[in-house]
Design a protein around this ligand. Sequence first.
Ligand code: G6P
Ligand code: MG
Length: 220
Amino acid sequence: QMKAVIFDMDGVISNTVHLHYIVNKKVADQLGIAFSQEWNQQLQGLSRRATVEAIVEKAAVALSDKEFDHLCELKNSHYKELINSLTTEDAQPGIRSFIEELKERGIPMVIASASRNANLVLTRLELVDHFHGIVDVTTLKQGKPDPEIFLKAAEIVDVYPSACVAIEDGEAGLKGIMETEMFSVGVGAEPALTKADYYIASTKELTVASLEKALNKHER
Ligand code: G6P
Ligand code: MG
């Protein structure tokens, strides 16, 4: 059953994981430690503060609250500059047609992203109007990997979790989905994503037909 579809944004809808890499690396540079694409992948889905916390922890430096806040601001001001140049070309492959397909079928879509820039990114991609809602991250008690953000997304459209499909490219988010009754879809190269109810390597493989087939197989 697919009564609603819940989307992570970065890496699922927007091709922005490499932009997070640039700004996360800036934070690591400031702290004098190395950063990698792999680590950036592992950090996907964590809030801005949790991301900076993880990098600070690895660097094993003691920062004052002020210094910590400054790093978060540094990360976000650079990120905002980067997303200002996003265009409709920066949607993930196949995602626009998948969203249009869902819209035609009247299946509501909700964004469950840890990003405080979700509205801005979706606006740049000219996709924001397709969504029934975006979970307000400022109301969350816990970020990913807690399932709260996904359950809130289901509440927005008033659909039981068991009738929702939720799509993630990050390990933290997938973990959250898998704690709910939602049908989980993992997309991308991260090895941990193969644990999802339905795993695909690329967003190109996202179609209503492919999802329905996977759902039927799962229910049987
Ligand atoms: C998403 C991304 C993370 C990012 C977080 C916060 O979850 O996957 O890499 O750190 O959002 O984004 P923000 O735009 O609020 O800094
Ligand atoms: Mg993501």
